[in-house]
Design a protein around this ligand. Sequence first.
Ligand code: DGL
Length: 268
Amino acid sequence: MKIGVFDSGFGGLTVLRALFERIPQADYLYLGDTARLPYGAKSRDTVARYAASSARFLAAEGAEFLVIACNTASALALDAIRSAVTVPVLGVVETGANAADRSSTSRDVMVIATAATVESHAYTAACAERGMRAIEKACPLLVPLVEEGWIEHPVTADVLRIYMAELMEVARGVGLNADTLVLGCTHYPLLRRQIEAAVPESLRVIDSAEVTADEVARRLRLGGQGSSAKTRFFATDSVAKFRVLGGRFLGRAIADVELVDLEAGNRQ
Ligand code: DGL
């Protein structure tokens, strides 16, 4: 089984890391569309065009199942992606909402994500379909802070404190009794500990990377056993930067990264 994993950049490597643990025997193709990152500040049409071309690339490279490990692309462009390829496609909004469904007893949840994901209200809709109320908050400063490597940094701690206080304020204002917080952006799992420190202890934090890997294993009826997978990494911008930054997200060194030009459809 060859599984394609797509993200606008490096954040999806948190999903790949979880997939390595759950399904070590599969082969993986990972594409980070780093030249066109960030998706989180772009329009639906642009995200759909970028994401569809990325999905087509992975399918052409032999992916038999696609994981859209980018919340923004999952929220704005899942239909466009599904129309662009013939292989099954799983997005992280669906898996995040399923996990919230399993976690929440109060049926009230909160979601933090990029501006584009929040504006799409995809999480609110997915939660409503499962009988939950949700509020969503855009946290646009978190992606650049993570990319800068400012994980254990006082500025990041301050930014998180402010964002989380604003979120709680909105929740109070609308009478939301949330017991679950969904990390609706693939960069946020790297800040999980810091986020947990900035919210009440009673709030369960859901990392969509882990639940997505569980869902892939369930759908493909794979998991558990096997030797280390063969993985090819593709990026649309600097392979040197991908190796350095990507290693941080993946939790292990990345040796080879292939540069691709999706606009021209050619590997370079
Ligand atoms: N991968 C994006 C997401 O999960 C975050 C980075 C971006 O804005 O492109 O929403």
